[in-house]
Structures are given as structure tokens and as C-alpha cells.
Design a protein around this ligand. Structure first.
Ligand SMILES: [Zn+2]
Length: 303
């Protein structure tokens, strides 16, 4: 075990990169140093994205003159997409179709160990290490935002396969099923932010998910989303028998009461009688940053 990872002065430069925003922060001993940075992601162009990361890093470092560059132990980046080593194998939310090796593009810039990971896998490890349920060894972390994804912790470790439970098909009625990547009617296409926007668009109206949730006219659609979540969560329970289901993602956290179904409803879709407790993550919107931090700590300790 490398005690550098517990070094009081060792900061980890963490990035939570989403389809909408990039958050960046220095984290030390499980605490985010204020201020942190939150800005719109520059998607679709790898070159300008890499420039943005360097710019964000430089702003973050300027905002923390007390942190010397020698005290930065590692840089850790959480991406919405599959990752192998330091390579992102494309990302739908970032609109990158190609494979990108960040050790080539950012290795020299950071000049410290560079950790690249899938955001949900990283967040699951963050939740396990720093969350409110340290005693729970089996849980599902469900993110509900632009898309829907599920991270799985089994027997205290990450189920590190490229499972895509967010794409299980729940709606087969062709009039109701929204298109996704080569299929239709999956959980994400029906119940994510983008999904609900698509459903309303079919009625000839263009509204953001936030507007739809605020407008009582769309209550029926919001209730239907809750129903899709009952199917989705029921399937999760059938597949993994988790002790807890933890919700993250902007939509999941902000609209928790409107879209997370009651246990009695979910029970209709499982064979198990005990429906696990479903709770929002105590790490809130910062779970992505904590995930990047904890994954970097794991990496340094294993070194
Ligand atoms: Zn899908």
C-alpha cells in the first residue's frame, strides 16, 4: 500500500465529464476543496474538448494558489462511455464516435498518473467507499439523467462488465416506443430526460424535461415514466437481488418523488417479496467527482 494516497498534502485533480457539464475539483481526504469548476461540455470535437480540459485545469489551479503542483498526486477523469485503460471507446453523450487515448492527449499535460474510467463504474466505487451505506455490499446505483444507466456492486466489489441495463426494452407498442441506438422502447428511451422529451415531441411540442415536470398538463406522461421505472427497477431486483437501490443523476435526484415508484407497485414485477429500500445518493450531484477521486485512490494504493 502506497501511503502517498493518504498523504495529507496529496490532492487528486478530479473531473466528472457529462454530456451537459464538466465538473472539476481538487479532492483530498474525501473532501472537495472549494471552489470547484462547473461549465458546459464542449462536445463533438476531440481537439477542442482536450483544449477545454487543459483550460479548466488551469482555471482550477489558479483558483487554488495554495495547492502547489508538486502536491497533485494524480488526475482522474470520469467519462460517460466504455473505457479500457486510458482509452475511451467512444461516447454517445459526448458525441465521440472514435476511440480516444487520453494518455497520449493529456499525459504530458498532467504529468502525474492519469486515471480514466467509466463514470457510473467510478460513481459506484465512490458510493461504496464514501456513501452512507458502508455496510451494504450489494447494491445497484441507478443514474437517471439525459440517459439511464446502472452500476452494480456485488459482494463489495464492482461488477465490472459492460452491462447496459438502461437499454432493456420495456415498451413494445410501436406507437409508444421511442427510438434509441438501433432499437426501440428501452428503459432509457422511455424514462430518461431525453426519452420524456421525445414522448412530448410526438405530441407536436418541444419542451425540456424540466418544463415537462413543472407543467401539470403532462402529469399523465410523468406517471407513465414512474410506471416504466417500476418495470426497470423490478427487473433490476430480479437480476441482482440488491440490498439497496441508490438513485443518482440530475433527474433522479430532482424529481425523485415524482418518478420513483412505491414498493407495492414494484412488487408486481418481481418474485421477491422484500423490495429493497430505494434512496437518493447522499453524495448528491458530487457523486461523479467522488467516484473519480476514489478510483484514483484505489489505483495509487494498488501501485
Ligand atoms: Zn436504448
Amino acid at each position: 500500500m502506497n501511503n502517498l494516497a493518504d498523504n495529507k498534502n496529496g490532492f487528486i485533480e478530479c473531473y466528472d465529464i457529462g454530456g451537459t457539464n464538466i465538473r472539476a475539483a481538487f479532492i483530498v481526504e474525501g473532501k472537495i476543496e472549494e471552489p470547484f469548476i462547473n461549465e458546459k461540455t464542449e462536445k463533438n470535437n476531440v481537439g477542442s474538448f482536450v483544449q477545454q480540459i487543459k483550460r479548466v485545469s488551469s482555471s482550477l489551479r489558479k483558483a487554488h494558489p495554495e495547492i502547489s503542483i508538486n502536491n497533485i498526486q494524480a488526475a482522474s477523469l470520469a467519462f460517460p462511455g466504455p473505457v479500457e485503460g486510458t482509452r475511451l471507446l467512444g461516447s454517445k453523450p459526448l458525441e465521440f464516435d472514435e476511440e480516444i487515448d487520453f494518455s497520449c492527449l493529456l499525459g504530458d499535460y498532467f504529468n502525474v498518473p492519469l486515471i480514466v474510467g467509466n463514470d457510473l463504474n467510478m460513481a459506484s466505487q465512490g458510493e461504496l467507499a464514501l456513501g452512507q451505506f458502508k455496510e451494504i455490499k450489494n447494491f445497484c446505483l441507478v443514474t437517471i439523467s439525459t440517459g439511464i444507466g446502472v452500476g452494480v456492486i456485488m459482494n463489495g466489489s464492482l461488477y465490472n462488465r459492460q452491462t447496459e441495463i438502461g437499454h432493456i426494452v420495456l415498451e413494445t407498442n410501436p406507437d409508444l416506443a421511442n427510438p434509441c441506438l438501433g432499437h426501440k422502447g428501452c428503459w432509457a428511451a422511455q424514462a430518461s430526460g431525453v426519452g420524456i422529451e421525445k414522448t412530448v415531441e410526438k405530441m407536436g411540442r418541444k419542451l425540456t424535461a424540466e418544463e415537462i415536470f413543472e407543467d401539470p398538463e403532462y402529469k399523465e406522461i410523468v406517471d407513465k415514466v414512474k410506471q416504466y421505472n417500476a418495470y426497470g427497477i423490478g427487473n433490476l431486483i430480479n437480476a441482482y437481488d440488491p440490498e439497496k437501490i441508490i438513485i443518482m443523476g440530475s433527474l433522479g435526484l430532482k424529481q425523485f418523488n415524482k418518478i420513483i415508484p412505491d414498493p407495492e407497485i414494484i412488487k408486481q414485477y418481481t418474485l421477491l417479496n422484500n423490495i429493497p429500500e430505494i434512496v437518493p445518493t447522499a453524495l448528491g450531484e458530487s457523486i461523479g467527482l467522488f467516484g473519480a477521486y476514489f478510483s484514483a485512490k484505489n489505483f495509487l494504493e494498488a501501485d
